[in-house]
Design a protein around this ligand. Structure first.
Ligand code: ADE
Ligand code: ZN
Length: 332
């Protein structure tokens, strides 16, 4: 095992609608009569220019998935791609608001996605779970509605609840009630913070949402006391370096704080966020970070271990994944 592709990987942060390959979006757009010409160019690449236009393009791409079978094909495609890059575990963010906007009930959305995850697992042994997210810029009532829907319709593969969307809108206090409900229902929780917001946004997410995992969280680097707090409290960061450079949070990877945060003792995982939008994959995240910061194979395996330790899965699954990781480490 001497190439990154041979490193067992685990992903905790990927938006399933944002993982849709443009060719799949074009296929369903054609089938359902949706115009996607403003978001996919003649070369089959997504078109956006900043965070706001990215979020709009993501909305349009989501709108072409209209049936449970459409979503099955999307999740199956994504998990097969992950497995082909050496991933043994993946969590996807699912967005009931986007499914609803496309005319799909929460139940049929989840059942469709679950069928695709199971099909990919049968062939590749990759394990998958789903984290239902509320969209921050849709407001507190909408996020609470998602929490209620998830709790009222339990599914064994929906094991988490999260907050995504535009971090520049709405204070975390507005979403505290939704997070309390999710926590009481036994769901794992995570929230995007410290991507477009600074350290104060992270501190507020920790205080009001009581999360132990943060989507991004990288702008903690701007406050050294906060870095120490994250390390002390073993908060796990779902770091998405390719997303951050594509969206201009950092100009180039070598200026990204992932390496310093890790050296300071913060728990780091690597993730692709919305891979085809940002020209990345989970495998590319591992290899580009390893190359840029001279991370060894052991460093990369350690990142996977952190992700499995923090995964929103049952203990039997976690132990099975750790055995697979250890056997790869020992050359098995
Ligand atoms: N939804 C999809 N991708 C996102 C990101 N990078 N940040 C916040 N919300 C998102
Ligand atoms: Zn994200």
């Amino acid at each position: 095992m001497n190439e990154t592709v041979g490193v067992p990987k685990a992903e905790l942060h990927c938006h399933i609608e944002g993982a849709a390959p443009p060719r799949l979006v074009l296929q369903f757009a054609d089938q359902h009569g949706v115009d996607v010409s403003e978001i996919i160019d003649g070369n089959g690449q997504y078109v956006w220019s900043d965070f706001t236009t990215f979020l709009k393009a993501y909305d349009v791409a989501s709108s072409v998935f209209k049936t449970p079978a459409d979503y099955s094909l999307l999740s199956e495609t994504y998990f097969r791609m992950l497995a082909a890059e050496g991933a043994i575990y993946g969590e996807i963010f699912i967005s009931p608001d986007h499914a609803q906007a496309a005319g799909l009930s929460y139940r049929s959305y989840v059942e469709g996605l679950a069928a695709g995850i199971e099909r990919a697992k049968t062939d590749t042994a990759i394990e998958g779970r789903m984290i239902a997210i509320g969209v921050r810029h849709f407001g507190a009532a909408s996020v609470e509605r998602v929490a209620k829907e998830v709790i009222g319709n339990p599914h064994p593969l929906v094991t988490g609840f999260g907050l995504a969307g535009d971090e520049r809108s709405g204070h975390p206090a507005n979403f505290a009630k939704a997070f309390r409900m999710a926590e009481e229902a036994g769901l794992g929780t995570t929230a995007h913070a410290g991507e477009f917001g600074g350290p104060e946004s992270i501190t507020a997410a920790l205080e009001f949402l009581r999360v132990k995992r943060l989507g991004h969280g990288v702008r903690a680097i701007e406050d050294k006391d906060l870095v120490k707090r994250l390390a002390d409290e073993k908060i796990v960061l779902e770091v998405c370096p390719g997303s951050n450079t594509a969206l201009g949070v950092y100009t180039v990877l070598r200026f990204h704080p992932v390496n310093i945060l890790r050296r300071e003792g913060v728990k780091i995982t690597l993730n692709s966020d919305d891979p085809p939008f940002f020209g990345t994959t989970l495998g590319k995240e591992y290899s580009s970070v390893a190359e840029t910061f001279s991370w060894t194979l052991d460093d990369q395996l350690d990142v996977t271990r952190t992700a499995i330790d923090a995964a929103f899965c049952d203990e039997t699954t976690r132990n099975r994944l750790l055995v697979r990781l250890d056997s790869a480490k020992n050359g098995g």
